[in-house]
Design a protein around this ligand. Sequence first.
Ligand SMILES: *Cc1c(COP(=O)(O)O)cnc(C)c1O
Length: 337
Amino acid sequence: MHLSRFPRLHLAHLPTALEPMERLSRELGVELWIKRDDCTGMSTGGNKTRKLEFLMAEALEQGADMVMTQGATQTNHGRQTAAFAARLGLKCHLLLEDRTGYNNPNYNQNGNVLLDHLHGATTEKFPAGHDMPGEMERAAERKRAEGHKVYVIPGGGSNPTGALGYVNCAMELVGQANDRNLKIDRVVHATGSSGTQAGLVTGMCAMNAQIPVLGIGTRAPREKQEQMVYDLACRTAEKLGCPGVVKREDVVANTDYVGEGYGLPTKAGIEAIRMFAELEGILLDPVYSAKGASGLIDLTRKGAFKGERVVFVHTGGSVALFGYDFAFDHANRWVNL
Ligand SMILES: *Cc1c(COP(=O)(O)O)cnc(C)c1O
């Protein structure tokens, strides 16, 4: 695969580290590694940075002076898009959907929202269930009528262009494994708008790496999630020039760890945040990576990965911790010295 055929900005800090998680592995009895895509750079990093390398290059190629995208209030994608726009001197407008209904001031103003505004992005809020893609098209039309050249990025940066970022991650990961003689049995990560898994699966299949990828769902039910990933993987493979390389059965999602809904923390997710923080010094986020990790932990405990070497792709998001401080009872950690 020859990714330099596609326009790309090299703004991510790559390659990201591939590290063993020794204490967590000992705790769970399976060899666990972590791919640090939480450290990709651009306003603390996360998985959207890899996608935005390709998306923002396309925006520049098309002569855009403004980018627009949408997501939940605490969208990591919006924050990373705002950082790219700042770096490139483009205007950035974010449409934020209130998917949780939280009135908490930190949820609405801290974490990612604080950083969106620090990067100079403008934001607009909408109630849960609003037609966000339609709203974004209308907003883009209004800005175009004012004379702007607007580049519209779908939620999560999940289209074939964005997914190239995770084809790139699959190639990078397999390269690291080969360099170290490290046989990887499985990759596990949090899946949402589907670009990460679609890119990883397409990359793995196109290389014939024979490394299964398991997406842990954060929003949609299994059938819908897998179909979304599969559709995008097929379009990504087509863009790469290897149509048909991904089979339906290559796309596997487990959506048992969503809990009450998107953006609503789960007990198991909070436990995962504590385990990663206390055993590995690594920060997860309650919306995505903690739910992904809670699936990894629970499935490991149930013996699903017995004898395997599993790589958890850390997709980032820890900035959202500051918008979700109310989800943690840390009163019992204060001591009087
Ligand atoms: C967006 C996001 C995901 C999900 O990735 P998709 O490509 O949307 O499936 C996972 N983790 C974090 C931290 C994210 O911000």
